[in-house]
Design a protein around this ligand. Structure first.
Ligand code: ADP
Ligand code: ADP
Ligand code: MG
Length: 646
């Protein structure tokens, strides 16, 4: 076994690798960008090396700097995590050339699976079923359109170098093909530096079921399947293992196909073979097709660890150090059921827009596995994936594991940045999910209901007022009140766009009454805090002018400063502002242009996702305030429309 390894990654995966490595007695070197100097993975590591600026290209993608850091600090091996350099064969070769071990598959295996098109051709030859489509080299527009016609609509255009759902477009009819092709190519070029695409049949009502495999370069075993059908924009949201409704026959067919795929390329280490399944008629052993192989540890690997009791990072380290496969197929047993939910800083109501901010408050429940790369107080920067944590539950049955997930999500508290927590809670309570009736369109079909955020009741507002008045965190009932009689205080708070007034009275030492509009809510002291009229303890926190109330969901309020209100109202609606920090990729208009409502004005890119800004009404462009290539802040003015004179 190694004594010391370097982890060429950041965030939760770097922390997770360090955990297992420490458990095995290894010393860990972290690398980090300027933006991550104070990050959790840096704190957990035994030593840390700064390798460059915040942009991934200046740090986490700098193979040379990472290898130099490993050599200078006496590491024997490099763990790549996922993303960044994990599937980069040139990096693997450079690591090996430097006399270090790459903890993962060989460069050839990564190359064989690196491009989806070539991988599909290879799998076809190995006898693994593949989605019908065009996977060849001819990238001519007319040829691809012709291929799509021959396959039959709808089709999916995919970046051959794709990952994370990027560079993918669903096209339902021939008329939309050209625009979708251009968009897929542009996204692929930006994210992967390769704009080649493939076209394949779009399976309606599909399920995404993938097999965790593990190889030693010669033989491979599988660790059963994961169902990752709950996706938005082709990105996984909640994953589970095993797949609901899986039959013994289909499991063994899929397991065998995945092992065949891994062995066909002499696979070493942890990998995932992803299949798309036509579940329109239940799960059937002849209705699954190879989609791609991810030649790395996958984000959702913890659910497989939960049901098999195997630590995949431990296996990665042992096999990379030269040990044989730690278990045979017969020794790998399936126990219970597991779920994972991905908690992100993102604005669900605005199309899952990645968000930034400071995690002013962050609490996770006890008794469940939480993999996270951030701590309370940390920032979510615009440079990287905005994942906050993965919440993983494991129970004896699917029902129990899902109840555990619901409870864990309810008990998770985050404030300071917008998150998808309420969305995850809604999703975990979806009747289709409870029934095991999942497919990749489930989220899209139920989006309005899933995106619905509970409105703050008067009780919640009263709790916020209590907290804003400084009475919740350290309950000192006389604080601020003791000198006056009658004891009274008035506060103004903002709930989203709505502002309200709360009057707080303290009739005696043991009680407080909060009046909001016509409602009067009485709170009384209990051990360690306050209880509301429903008897439930108040759980809230004030951070600066922010007040967060945690009551199953997180409710955020701002304590209003009367001076700021006027400035806000003066803001014109004719200005198109950047909805998030990011890069201005394309500006479509010039001053003087007339635009119609819905026209594209500009495209921004943040965290590798593109967002199109459109005109809200018919207008003439007055001013263009940003240039292509500009890196801009959230809220920056991009384009000004002429005043509406009609
Ligand atoms: P899939 O490619 O099947 O969607 P995963 O869900 O495991 O696989 O991961 C999504 C992709 O997003 C990864 O391939 C990785 O490139 C990227 N990614 C996700 N989170 C991070 C992160 N924290 N750092 C770097 N890359 C990430
Ligand atoms: P990535 O590398 O971005 O993970 P994949 O090829 O794994 O790309 O596809 C990502 C997701 O897109 C799948 O999980 C599935 O939801 C959807 N998808 C992919 N191929 C098809 C298809 N042929 N028909 C329907 N949905 C598909
Ligand atoms: Mg995939």
């Amino acid at each position: 076994m190694f004594d010391r390894i370097l982890i060429a990654n950041r965030g939760e995966i770097a922390c997770r690798v360090i955990d297992s490595a420490h458990r095995l007695g290894l010393s860990c070197i972290a690398v980090h960008s300027e933006a991550d100097a104070g990050a959790r993975h840096v704190e957990l590591a035994d030593r840390a090396v700064q390798i460059g600026g915040p942009a991934p290209a200046d740090s986490y993608l700098r193979g040379d700097a990472i290898i130099a850091a490993a050599l200078e600090n006496g590491a024997q091996a490099i763990h790549p995590g996922y993303g960044f350099l994990s599937e980069n064969p040139e990096f693997v070769e450079a690591v090996e050339k430097a006399g270090l071990v790459f903890i993962g598959p060989g460069a050839d295996a990564i190359r064989a699976m690196g491009l989806k098109g070539a991988a599909k051709q290879l799998m076809e030859r190995a006898g693994v079923p593949v989605v019908p489509g065009y996977h060849g080299d001819n990238q001519d527009d007319a040829h691809l359109a012709g291929a799509a016609d021959a396959i039959g609509w709808p089709v999916l255009i995919k970046a051959v170098a794709g990952g994370g759902g990027k560079g993918m477009r669903l096209v339902r009819r021939a008329a939309d093909f050209t625009e979708a092709l251009a968009a897929a190519r542009a996204e692929a070029r930006g994210a992967f530096g390769n704009d080649a695409v493939l076209v394949e049949k779009f399976i309606e009502k599909p399920r995404h079921i993938e097999i965790q495999v593990f190889g030693d370069g010669d033989r491979a075993v599988h660790l059963y399947e994961r169902d990752c059908s709950l996706q938005r924009r082709h990105q996984k949201v909640i994953e589970e293992a095993p797949a609901p409704g899986m039959t013994a026959e289909m499991r063994s067919a899929m397991g065998a196909a995945a092992v065949r795929a891994a062995e066909a390329i002499g696979y070493a280490g942890a990998g995932t073979v992803e299949f798309i399944v036509d579940a329109s008629d239940g799960l059937r052993a002849d209705r699954f097709w190879f989609m791609e192989m991810n030649t790395r540890l996958q984000v959702e690997h913890p659910v497989s660890e939960a049901i098999t009791g195997i630590d995949l990072v431990e296996w990665q380290l042992r096999v990379a150090a030269g040990e044989p496969l730690p278990a045979t197929q017969d020794e790998i047993t399936l126990n219970g059921h597991a779920f994972e939910a991905r908690l992100y800083a993102e604005d669900v109501a605005r199309g899952f827009l990645p968000a930034t901010g400071r995690l002013a408050h962050l609490r996770f429940p006890e008794g469940v596995r939480v993999d996270s790369g951030v701590r309370e107080g940390d920032g979510i920067s615009p440079w990287y994936d905005p994942m906050i944590a993965k919440i993983i539950t494991h129970g004896p049955t699917r029902d129990i594991a899902l109840s555990q997930l619901r409870a864990a999500l309810r008990a998770t508290e985050v404030a300071g940045t917008v998150t998808n927590l309420t969305f995850l809670e809604n999703l975990a309570s979806d009747p289709g999910l409870s029934a095991g009736d999942v497919d990749t369109g489930l989220i899209g079909r139920n989006l309005p209901a899933l995106s619905c955020a509970p409105r703050a009741s008067e009780l919640i507002r009263a709790q916020a007022a209590l907290c804003a008045a400084g009475l919740v965190e350290k309950p000192r009932p006389f604080q601020g009140f003791a000198l006056w009689a009658p004891l009274e205080q008035t506060l103004r708070l903002c709930d989203g766009a709505q502002s309200f007034e709360a009057r707080i009275r303290c009739p005696d030492a043991r009680g407080i009454i909060v009046r909001i509009g016509k409602a009067e809510l009485a709170f009384r002291r209990i051990a360690g805090g306050w209880a509301g009229p429903d008897g439930a303890p108040v759980n809230a926190r004030r951070i600066g002018d922010l007040v967060a109330v945690f009551a199953g969901a997180t409710f955020e309020f701002r304590v209003e400063d009367p001076l700021l209100v006027a400035a806000d109202a003066a803001h014109g609606s004719d200005v198109i502002e950047a909805p998030m920090p990011g890069l201005v990729r394309t500006v479509f208009v010039r001053p003087g242009d007339s635009v119609a409502a819905g026209d594209r004005l500009a495209v921004m890119e943040a965290m590798k996702m593109e967002h199109t800004l459109r005109a809200g009404r018919d207008a003439t462009v007055a001013e263009v305030l940003a240039r292509e290539g500009d890196q801009i802040e959230a809220g920056a003015a991009l384009i000004r429309l002429q005043e509406d004179t009609a």
